[in-house]
Design a protein around this ligand. Structure first.
Ligand SMILES: CCCCCCCCCCC/C=C/C(=O)SCCNC(=O)CCNC(=O)[C@H](O)C(C)(C)COP(=O)(O)OP(=O)(O)OC[C@H]1O[C@@H](n2cnc3c(N)ncnc32)[C@H](O)[C@@H]1OP(=O)(O)O
Length: 704
């Protein structure tokens, strides 16, 4: 019975695991063009989803088996976290485009107005590697077979309207040519009106987009009367205006306007001979992404008018946007505006149980398309669904591929690690995100941490440079987590070494000044930054080595303990340990767990109660560090050691690491908010503040 239930329970997950593997294969050659509801993924796989069990049913299975229960808890969480049935079981909260080279993560909030997203463009530089991260919550029941489906359409068809209308009535009567080309970013309008022999012609050309407005107006009244041509062209950097006025009856008027800057060339040529004769209007507008050409030729009343309008922002679109139809509501028009599906990606997200914390899913790395032809706006339809095709959330948005990052700030919000950013802003300490060129060897020269990635071996060295003692302030922790996240996303980075640029000190631990005499709000934000640093580093997928080249008390010791391997300078002056009790404060459970997982129960108990700082040899003896070397060799040994670790098959090592650490990480994740509350109420107590004050005074006294 037990065996059967365990099998049944495990079977659901194994099948899902198998599905995940199968879908990876499918994703590798994603080429489908059918809309999401038309696809039959299961049929392709010859797969039948197992009958779904409720959370309660699964929890009831062998509930006396303690180890099975622990396993279930890890996978499924502890139980429903939201009972209100009006709240959906699955809530998708945000999508982030993660890209190492981006000035910051590009995040869309999915809890607000989804309609507004349709109009918003999220910019991506061409050719960059990126991944999509989705945050979602599961509130009551296990969901299995979650999928994220991502349909990409070429923008410019459905969201673009191109209309060319030419009306030529009879010999005595006038022609009207109207050319309208518009999409979310751009409106081009060319209107040519020519009435009869004695009457006026009007040509209006308007071309505008977010950055630019071009207007050309040509007015020609009658034989005795004047012509007016007005050309206005303006953008952020430039304004050009040309006005041509011509009165003479038999005479030719010519207006030529040429407007150009680095990115753009606009040429407008208007040639008008006389009323019996030909008029030519040529408008050429081109920039790096776009070419617009309007040519209007009008011979005489007995003769034909030609209007040619060409507007393209990528060659693939060319044929669709150039057409002429006398009736805009005919089926030809209908067909022309249908969007074309370019790509369909299906990502297997997996099975999840209810949990207070959000789950997150990250897609494999994708490369943004590159080249003049593919620049432009793509319309994306996103679906968060599952095996039963439940629509947990569907939404639409636009991805704009540009030659370079620019003006993306408006659509960037910094969440996740970035919530650290907002926290520091909230407390009046705006944090300047370091804009880092990650493709160079020298990655960053941000103020408190130097990051140096050697592309020849994939090893990044993060050197703490926060004098005098590398204390971990809110800013330091924020910078640390951001750098670590960037390196995690950087495919060329394979492992990270943490060390100090300050003499004799690895890190003096958490910055006491962030906890002493500060507001509860500040303490909360600070503690969240400490948690995020720990969550990122302890759960880091890549190899981490601490090259401890100096003293490493409390938070400094914690940071070293989070690494996979510790090499310490063999110097009796340097010591390491969780000495919190010496300050009159208590290391929280996750500090304790990190030490416990490294040195065992008894040593942890002694160590924490007494707040022991271990000299290098003692630290080696109890297993707090793994190796001692002369100070001058700490970094080189770390590089060598990392090389040895890199020889182990990465995937197997990563899974083993996660297997060892995930329960500890999950424990904090499940108690993050409560832990912050505990910290704030503890640290702001008068007695604790007094202890911290005395400790600080003692530090200063020691110095004196
Ligand atoms: C019921 C349970 C609920 C649980 C709730 C949670 C409980 C809270 C948990 C909090 C966990 C805390 C973790 C920490 O990391 S606390 C910080 C602990 N760090 C230390 O104790 C180290 C103290 N510093 C030293 O020992 C020495 O400075 C050091 C050996 C690192 C270097 O010695 P050196 O002689 O070279 O330098 P100085 O001592 O002269 O220091 C230079 C200046 O730096 C200031 N300083 C030092 N350390 C810190 C620090 N951590 N934060 C802020 N400032 C620091 C020092 O005062 C000197 O300043 P001045 O130049 O102004 O005098």
């Amino acid at each position: 019975m037990l065996g059967l239930d365990v099998c049944e329970f495990g079977g659901q997950f194994l099948e899902l695991l198998w599905l995940t593997v199968c879908y990876r294969g499918i994703m590798a050659d994603k080429e489908g063009t059918a809309p999401v509801h038309e696809e039959e993924d299961e049929t392709d796989l010859n797969y039948q989803a197992p009958a779904q069990k409720t959370l309660q049913e699964i929890q009831e299975l062998d509930k006396d088996d303690e180890s099975l229960n622990k396993y279930k808890q890890t996978l499924l969480g502890t139980g429903p976290v939201v009972l209100d049935p009006s709240i959906p079981n699955v809530q998708v909260t945000r999508l982030t485009l993660m890209c190492v080279q981006a000035p910051g993560p590009i995040t869309m909030d999915l809890t607000g107005d989804l309609e507004a997203l349709k109009k918003q463009n999220f910019t991506m530089k061409e050719g960059v590697d990126y991944r999509v991260k989705i945050h979602f919550k599961v509130n009551r029941e296990i969901v299995s077979g979650l999928k994220y489906v991502h349909l990409t359409y070429r923008k410019g068809l459905r969201d673009q309207l191109s209309l060319a209308l030419v009306l030529d009535m009879n010999l005595d009567q006038l022609s009207l040519a109207l050319v309208l080309d518009t999409n979310l970013d751009q409106l081009s309008l060319a209107l040519v009106l020519d009435t009869n022999l004695d009457q006026l012609s009007l040509a209006l050309v308007l071309d505008t987009n977010l950055d630019q407005l071009s207007l050309a107006l040509v007015l020609d009244t009658n034989l005795d009367q004047l012509s007016l041509a007005l050309v206005l062209d303006t953008n952020l950097d430039q304004l050009s205006l040309a006005l041509v006025l011509d009165t003479n009856l038999d005479q030719l008027s010519l207006a030529l306007v040429l407007d150009t800057n680095l990115d753009q060339l606009s040429l407008a040529l208007v040639l008008d001979t006389n009323l019996d004769q030909l008029s030519l209007a040529l408008v050429l507008d081109t920039n790096l992404d776009q070419l617009s050409l309007a040519l209007v030729l009008d011979m005489n009343l007995d003769q034909l008018s030609l209007a040619l309008v060409l507007d393209t922002n990528l060659l693939a679109e060319f044929s669709s946007s150039l057409y002429l139809t006398p009736d805009p509501v005919s089926q030809g028009f209908e067909q022309a505006v249908n969007p074309s599906l370019l790509d369909k990606a299906v990502y297997m997200v997996g099975s999840y149980g209810p949990r207070v914390e959000e789950h997150e899913f990250i897609t494999p790395v994708e490369e943004a398309p590159k080249g003049l032809i593919v620049r432009g706006i793509y319309h994306i339809k996103s679906y968060f669904t599952d095996d039963d095709k439940t629509d947990h959330l569907s939404w639409e948005w636009n991805l704009q591929i540009k030659k370079d990052w620019d003006s993306t700030e408006s659509c960037i919000s910094r969440l996740g690690v970035l919530s650290l950013f907002s926290a520091s802003c909230r407390h009046g300490r705006p944090y300047a995100l370091s804009h880092v060129a990650f493709n160079d060897r020298h990655l960053s020269t941000s103020s408190k941490i130097k990051v140096d990635l050697d592309n020849s071996n994939g090893i990044a060295v993060m050197k703490f440079d926060n004098p005098p003692v590398n204390s971990m302030s809110l800013d330091f922790l924020t910078e640390f987590s951001i750098n670590l996240e960037k390196l995690e996303l950087d495919k060329s980075c394979r492992g990270v070494i943490l060390t100090s640029a300050q003499p004799r000190i690895f890190s003096a631990g958490l910055d006491i000044m962030d906890m002493y005499g500060t507001s509860p709000e500040h303490c909360g934000a600070f503690w969240k930054a400490v948690q995020d640093m720990w969550l990122k580093l302890y759960g880091y997928s890549k190899i981490t080595i601490a090259a401890i080249n100096g003293a490493s008390p409390a938070g400094g010791c914690l940071m070293a303990l989070c690494c996979d391997y510790r090499i310490m300078a063999d110097d009796p002056r340097y010591s390491i340990g969780l000495n919190e009790t010496q300050l009159g404060i208590v290391a929280p459970f996750w500090f304790k767990d990190t030490l416990l997982n490294t040195v065992g129960h008894r040593t942890t108990e002694l160590s924490l109660q007494m707040g022991i700082m271990y000299h290098a040899h003692e630290a080696l003896k109890i297993g707090l560090v793994d190796q001692l070397v002369p100070e001058g060799k700490v970094l080189s040994t770390a590089v060598e050691t990392l090389g040895t670790w890199l020889a182990v098959p990465g995937h197997a090592r990563e899974i083993s690491k996660s297997m060892m650490r995930k329960p500890t990480v999950d424990k904090l994740l499940a108690n993050k908010e409560a832990d912050i509350k505990n910290f704030v109420s503890f640290i702001t107590k008068d007695s604790i503040q007094k202890s911290l004050g005395m400790y600080l005074a003692a530090l200063k006294k020691k110095k004196a």
